[in-house]
Write a protein that binds this ligand. Sequence first.
Ligand SMILES: Nc1ncnc2c1ncn2[C@@H]1O[C@H](COP(=O)(O)OP(=O)(O)OP(=O)(O)O)[C@@H](O)[C@H]1O
Ligand SMILES: [Mg+2]
Length: 452
Amino acid sequence: MDSTILEKRLARERAARSEAERLLESKSAELYESGQELRKTAEELVLQSSQLSAILDSALAGMCLADKDRKIVRANAYVHRVFGYGADELCGRSLHDIFDIGYIKSVQAIGFESASLSDRTGDEVEGYAKDGSVVPIELSASEMFLDDQRYTLWIFHDITKRKAQEAEREQLEEDLRQAQKLEALGILASGVAHEINTPVQFIGDNLRFLEDAFSELFAEIGAAGGDDTVADGDDAPPREADGNTGTDSSEVDYFASEVPEAIQQSLDGVSRIAEIVAAVREFSHPGTKEKSPLNINTAVQSTVTLSTNHWKYVADLNTDFEENLPEVMCVPGEFNQVILNLIVNAAQAIEGLEASEKGAITVRTKCIGDQVEVTVSDTGGGIPSHVQSKMFDPFFTTKDVGKGTGQGLSLVHAIVVKKHGGTISFRTEEGVGTSFFVRWPIGAGEETRNVA
Ligand SMILES: Nc1ncnc2c1ncn2[C@@H]1O[C@H](COP(=O)(O)OP(=O)(O)OP(=O)(O)O)[C@@H](O)[C@H]1O
Ligand SMILES: [Mg+2]
């Protein structure tokens, strides 16, 4: 072969080779660059994944992802912590192991597409810990799709603390009610002692009078019998003659008019005491914490009787009861306490006027639709507007230390509104007086019957 041709071919091959080398170099540079990018992306993905895990694990809510068969595929640290499982111990378990099955079924029955699901978010249900204890939780659910697979995401909060606080608050309210009840009974006890003391005293006086009267009468009768014997036995003169013996007709007339009166007065006193004792029993309803049907007129009358000592020096109290009121489902002791607090407030408002004449308290009952209204009105000084906005607050009082603690109306509100679903309102005019209107739902969701 011609050397020129050979040289040309060599030159061509050299050029081709150097082109190939250049290409190789640029391709390997490109490859290196994309390798670098790939590594960077992988590093970013690892970072993002660990960030996501860190976020999920430090979230103050439990997050649990479950597949269509309700198997847990992922759960954050909160879930493990609250239910006492070790890391990843929950993966593969059923949702039913940790959540109330009834709730899960009800949510899935409604369907995630249903608009009403939004009503089911944040429901209070039971969660179950590994050791079998029940954890109160607030649970919501939503649906998600990953790679065309359907998953459910369950998010919850442990509400143990909140529940304990609620229970504590309820206990405090109950304690307060009990303390007020004891205080009310204490107030009443002194009044009752006073009320019973008066009839007991005149019954005692009357019995002593009867004792004297009878011993004198018997002496007279005995002496009269003795006269006959003496007169028959020896010839002694009749008693009338010496002026010391024989029946004194003016004394007999006196006893004849006084004795029946003394007996009647004593009987009145005894029935007054019986009335007070019955009222005490009616008021205290020992041990009845449950709602039961209450005859409102009888209950109000017993509270009026027991509180007599609180109002009788400052006011006359009139009652105006609607007849044939239906019985009201309520806790009797609490009903009485409401009426007592309102009557004592009315009496204290009138007392505060320091007027020379007595005021008036009126207690009315009437039926309005499916409620019974009890109204307590007074002719006190009225409630100033700056007091009106605060008077239902616990411990708000305008009274002197020792006279009021400011718990009366806040307790009235709690009993009527919170406990019995009733309402309380008032009408007041400064210088004229105040009326409190308390309405009690008759049924409290249960059947009622009429009383005669
Ligand atoms: N009938 C009323 N007339 C005028 N003011 C009233 C009347 N009832 C309540 N008030 C006002 O509302 C305030 C709060 O009443 P509440 O019954 O809660 O407490 P209190 O009577 O002061 O104390 P407590 O009832 O604990 O002995 C009273 O201090 C008083 O100023
Ligand atoms: Mg009061």
